[in-house]
Design a protein around this ligand. Structure first.
Ligand code: ADP
Ligand code: MG
Length: 224
């Protein structure tokens, strides 16, 4: 499903070159729930951007769903991203002027081609997230946990090959955080491939597998 081969990404800062990713290789089979865990500055965001086709490696190869995406130009990358990758962010990234339902339907706006029954799917997902009574509310009328559930519904709308979550519980109280992690586990149990990125070992422990990263290199790779 996910196959990273010797991925390197360097940044030039002043006169220095920093390897944010320094030869990272791993695979994630379809249906696995994996956590990438590491301290601040270890390369998590760089790796997540790579996994999400938001960035290209300086060297190495990245295959997603059998497709070599490391060579895509921006337009192909963004179309692929919209269809095949769902994103959940720490700060939710909902649009405040849109309703819950409109937020969940956001990927439809970038779709070229037929709608594929997305409105019905958005209703089903929001119901599954326990939000059926909030469809017409604005994000500002919801709790943090509810907002993150809207974001998860939006991320799943297009039936992505890969669901990526970047510190999805970072802005939540412990009860809402536990709810969101339980929801991700449920989504995984229904067959979704999930990769979660976190600095928090307790959050990472909720996944099936933990990949530790430090200084741009894989430090450990362990099943829970
Ligand atoms: P994390 O998300 O684990 O905190 P990052 O992937 O953000 O780590 O950063 C990894 C390393 O790459 C750090 O040393 C950081 O300073 C550097 N880095 C990240 N993004 C940039 C950038 N846009 N320009 C220069 N250096 C960067
Ligand atoms: Mg980061």
């Amino acid at each position: 499903m996910v196959c990273m081969e010797a991925i390197t990404r360097r940044y030039r800062v002043g006169g220095q070159v920093i390897a944010a990713l320094d030869g990272v290789s791993f695979t994630v089979p379809q249906g696995q729930f994996t956590a990438i865990v590491g301290p601040s500055g270890s390369g998590k965001s760089t790796l997540l951007n790579m996994l999400g086709c938001l960035d290209r490696p300086d060297s190495g190869r990245y295959l997603l769903d059998g497709v070599d995406v490391s060579t895509f130009d921006d337009e192909r990358a963004s179309d692929f991203r919209n269809r095949r990758i769902g994103f959940v962010f720490q700060s939710f990234h909902l649009l405040p002027r849109l309703s819950v339902l409109e937020n969940a339907l956001l990927p439809r706006r970038f779709l070229r081609g037929p709608d594929e029954g997305l409105e019905r799917r958005a209703h089903e997902l929001l119901e599954r997230m326990g939000l059926q009574r909030h469809l017409l509310h604005r994000p500002g009328q919801l709790s943090g946990g509810q907002m993150q559930r809207v974001a998860i519904a939006r991320a799943l709308l297009m039936r992505p090959a890969l669901l990526l979550a970047d510190e999805p519980t970072g802005n939540l109280d412990s009860k809402s955080a536990a709810d969101v992690l339980a929801l991700l586990a449920e989504v995984h149990a229904a067959g979704q491939t999930v990769v979660l990125v976190t600095h928090d070992p307790d959050v990472a422990a909720q996944a099936q597998r933990q990949i530790g990263i430090r200084d741009g290199r894989i430090e450990f790779d362990a099943a829970a």
